[in-house]
Ligand binder design. Structure first.
Ligand SMILES: [Zn+2]
Length: 488
């Protein structure tokens, strides 16, 4: 195992100074870190992505090149001659003060098309599934509400109908009512398809209004706020009304203020976890979480951002599925032989899995972690103790590597971030203070960033859609289109 130095991202939506768990945790693990009182500390990145690559604490080597040079390379790549081998995930800690943009991520197929069409805004060909594990109360908007809730909001908020287009709304209402009469239909029935098409038409109208008639949209947001002040609620809970009010202050006149009327408002309590793959419209609202994401930067934005909004791509990519928020929750699974580990493994997700590790003074003797035949990264968010490392690899090559490590037992404490090569067994041999840690892993092969082409805008754009030049990836110009929400 190797201790890592990682990156903090200072995006404007992050919590400020010591308010931010990202800052506090980073300070705990990086003794020389000087915390700024008014600096927004948004994300701590733990992975090999070129926009925030982890380095080994002992020698400052990038983790990606350490992996490429180590015996572990054979586990993680089909090709050992690479200079960098990347992990397929980024694990993050996030501290959110203000709403992030309303957005969606494409599937792999959609991403390839978008990349070919517009490499500036879609620098990767990969998809970007996302998982959020709530460290504190954590709020987000995720996926379209169940049809009956959307219907209720259409009926009670005339401003919403004006925004979606009166005649389109009528069709959507008819489709939803027909759907309600035949509840037992499967999701691929023609009635479901009709309702999704009707919703897509409404949503397209909403996006067109935002582009062509921003003043009208501004008026409609004012009408919406008046309705809420008058006590109209539709299907909304008071917490959701509070979110809309906050959005109207943070993004006055923005079409995104209507999004909580159409999308599920999820409030995760600490310890709850949700996951969504491509095609789901979502926005993080507030709180702190451990996030696992696929190694991609393709984000298509709809609203609440000064950055590039691609309405056409957005409308193409959304799945317009109307479903309950429970469908996004990921329940923990206890691992029978490892009482200190809970696994969060979303259905159909190969890009990452998450282990929550809890070690107490009482269960320390049983605190053995499973041997994974893949690389993983672990972060301690609470406590301190000692970890011992043993080689359990099926490959003797990886074991030889370990035999050269003299010190197999290490003190660990809050803020430590550790790379665990494949085939290693970790055991917490001492627990001085109850430990809580998160470990992300994946059996997939990571993307090839060495051949990634980053396109940067020319200094003086000639038009609204500027001309671009291609920069090679070694020139270090990665700040343009990376984790794209970061520039808010
Ligand atoms: Zn996202």
């Amino acid at each position: 195992m190797e201790r890592l130095e990682c990156h903090v991202k200072e995006y404007a939506w992050g919590k400020l100074g010591r308010e931010s768990e990202v800052a506090r945790l980073f300070a705990a693990g990086h003794k020389n870190f000087k915390l700024g009182c008014t600096t927004p500390y948004a994300e701590l990145w733990m992975g090999t992505h070129p926009d925030g690559p982890a380095r080994l604490q002992t020698c400052s080597t990038k983790l990606s090149s350490h992996i490429a040079k180590s015996q572990s390379a054979s586990y993680l790549s089909n090709n050992n001659v690479k200079e960098n081998i990347h992990l397929p995930f980024i694990m993050k800690i996030m501290s959110i003060r203000t709403t992030l943009s309303l957005q969606v991520h494409p599937t792999k197929e959609q991403a390839a098309i978008l990349h070919a069409r517009d490499p500036l805004h879609y620098p990767d060909r990969n998809h970007k599934p996302e998982l959020a594990y709530a460290l504190t109360r954590f709020e987000l908007l995720c996926g379209f509400r169940p049809a009956n809730e959307i219907l209720q909001n259409l009926e009670e908020f005339p401003s919403l109908c004006s925004l979606l287009g009166e005649k389109h709304c009528l069709k959507l209402k008819t489709a939803i009512l027909a759907l309600e009469k035949c509840q037992k239909l499967d999701k691929d029935s023609s009635q479901h398809k009709k309702s999704r098409i009707a919703l897509a038409t409404c949503f397209r109208h909403m996006m067109d209004m935002a582009r062509d008639y921003p003043e009208k949209v501004e008026d409609l947001t004012e009408n919406l706020m008046t309705s809420l002040d008058d006590g109209v609620r539709g299907c909304l809970q008071e917490e959701t009304v509070a979110v809309i009010r906050k959005m109207s202050v943070d993004f006055p006149g923005d079409v995104g203020i209507f999004s909580p009327l159409l999308l599920n408002h999820m409030i995760l309590e600490p310890g709850e976890c949700c996951y969504y793959a491509a095609e789901e419209l979502h926005a993080y609202l507030s709180g702190e979480c451990v996030e696992c994401v696929g190694c991609s930067n393709n984000t298509i934005r709809a609203a609440m951002t000064p950055k590039f909004i691609d309405r056409d791509a957005l409308c193409e990519v959304l799945n317009y599925r109307m479903t309950s928020p429970e469908e996004y929750l990921v329940p923990p699974r206890r691992l029978e032989q490892f009482p200190s580990v809970e696994e969060y493994s979303p259905d159909g997700c190969k890009d990452f899995q998450l282990h929550k590790i809890t070690v107490t003074l009482e269960n320390c003797e049983e605190a053995v972690l499973p041997v994974l035949e893949c690389a993983s990264i672990m972060v301690l968010v609470k406590g301190c103790g000692t970890v011992e490392e043993e080689c359990f690899a099926s490959s003797s090559a990886s074991c030889n590597e370990l035999s050269s490590i003299e010190d197999k037992a290490r003190g660990v404490s809050r803020g430590d971030i550790i790379y665990i090569p494949p085939g290693r067994r970790l055991r917490f041999s001492k627990c001085l203070q109850n430990i809580e840690a998160y470990r992300t892993f994946s059996y997939e092969i990571g993307p090839d960033h060495d051949s990634r082409i980053v396109v940067v805008p020319s200094p003086e754009p000639a038009s609204e859609r500027p001309q671009f030049e291609v920069a090679d990836s070694e020139s270090g110009i990665f700040e343009v289109e990376s984790e794209m929400d970061g520039f808010l």
